[in-house]
Design a protein around this ligand. Structure first.
Ligand SMILES: [Zn+2]
Ligand SMILES: [Zn+2]
Length: 162
């Protein structure tokens, strides 16, 4: 078995490529101890790291499940998987979580603009969803004039979306 390049004592278990101070690519064979000292993650540590990540993810999902719309009982996790809101109250219930998403959409449309069409479509979907909720509300309140206005606006957005 190869010996560690650094300590020349312990068996090398990691093969590491790095750029040295002369800009040359060098390969180092390191033992567990020297690899750790150099800040290279061992497979065991990697497993722990992945576990931590998995737990974090689980926690986020749990949080999303706890966030429930008081009116339609839709959870934020539901919303994320369905991509649409259950009722107009959902906007209020999920506001804190929705705002950064919407702001992010604004931001990326303006600054990155690589796929503006795609991002615009997502933004339009939010708007369309909001209009649909408002339309339902207007009809429920028998405010037909408002309903007609909203329907027109919806039509404009929906045709733009195609
Ligand atoms: Zn070593
Ligand atoms: Zn709701």
């Amino acid at each position: 078995m190869k010996k560690c390049d650094l300590c020349q004592k312990r068996p090398a278990v990691h093969k590491v490529s790095r750029i040295d101070e002369h800009g040359q690519m060098v390969e180092l064979n390191l033992c567990e101890k020297c690899a750790q000292a150099k800040g290279i993650i061992s497979p065991k540590e990697l497993k722990t790291l992945l576990q931590i990540l998995a737990e974090l993810k689980k926690k986020i999902i749990e949080e999303d499940t706890r966030l429930v719309c008081p009116k339609c009982q839709m959870t934020f996790a539901n919303f994320k998987s369905l991509g649409k809101l259950g009722c107009e109250e959902c906007y209020t219930a999920f506001k804190e979580k929705l705002l950064p998403i919407i702001q992010e959409l604004h931001h990326s449309t303006r600054h990155i603009g690589k796929k503006p069409k795609e991002r615009k479509e997502i933004k339009n979907r939010f708007l369309i969803e909001k209009l649909r909720q408002e339309l339902k509300e207007a009809i429920a309140q028998e405010d037909y004039e408002r309903a007609a206005n909203i329907r027109d606006a919806l039509k404009r957005y929906e045709t733009k979306d195609e």
